[in-house]
Design a binder for this molecule. Sequence first.
Ligand code: DGL
Length: 276
Amino acid sequence: MTEARADLPIGVFDSGVGGVTVLRAMRERLPQERLLYLGDTARLPYGTKSRETIAQYCLQASAKLVERGVKMLVVACNTATAAALPALRAAFAPVPVIGVVEPGSAAAARVSVGGRICVIATEATIRSKAYQEAILRRRPDAVVTGRPCTLFVPLAEEGWMDGPLVEGIAARYLDDVFGSRAPVPRPDTLLLGCTHFPLLKEALQRVVGDEVALVDSAATTADAVRDELERGALRRTGSVEDITFLTTDDPERFARTGSLFLGRPIAQSAVELVDL
Ligand code: DGL
């Protein structure tokens, strides 16, 4: 029974292709696992919507993955994690549900030297204060600033990762935290609290300066998944390259933008259109 469960894929979802940054880290760390990814691109963005709407979308996306048979759910979206993690755990127990906020907070709390952390994320994530609270639980001495950076999501989905336009938008969002007139000392760590943002990493580093550490939740989430698999004796043995993609809108577009996030091509034929 446990062996049959261990053979099931891990379900991963995001509002779009951003969660593929987490999927990529999982594939690198857990190459023997089968992965089933759902991007709810028809309803993207989640980050500008109300908590109730986001929670409803998350329940529907997760139900689709659970219906297909998964041994674990990974909420590869900060907005979804901040709005719905307890509701998803309650709805799908005993399937373990892993979010990205705790792993991201752990990474920032560990990396920050002076405890001055700026979190950039969607409006909904910043409004929820999920990151601010999770970091302070780990590091009560931390000074956490949050800034919503709404336009980074469409920029990443469009594959616009660097250049003067991206840096100009980033500079405008971050001016009062990192600009020349920002209060000192400035944050020493920038936490990318949205799974879309790692694509803009180089542009963001140029804007905030090399002395600021950039952290995201992809690697630490993959570690949390591994730990949870081990705890539940759910690790799969053997090795396969088995990633299936589901999307709620245009598979061609998903394959094209998803390839950027995965760092290698996704065939359109590997992407299935589903209805939630
Ligand atoms: N990828 C989502 C996150 O990590 C944000 C995208 C959206 O607004 O839907 O928060």
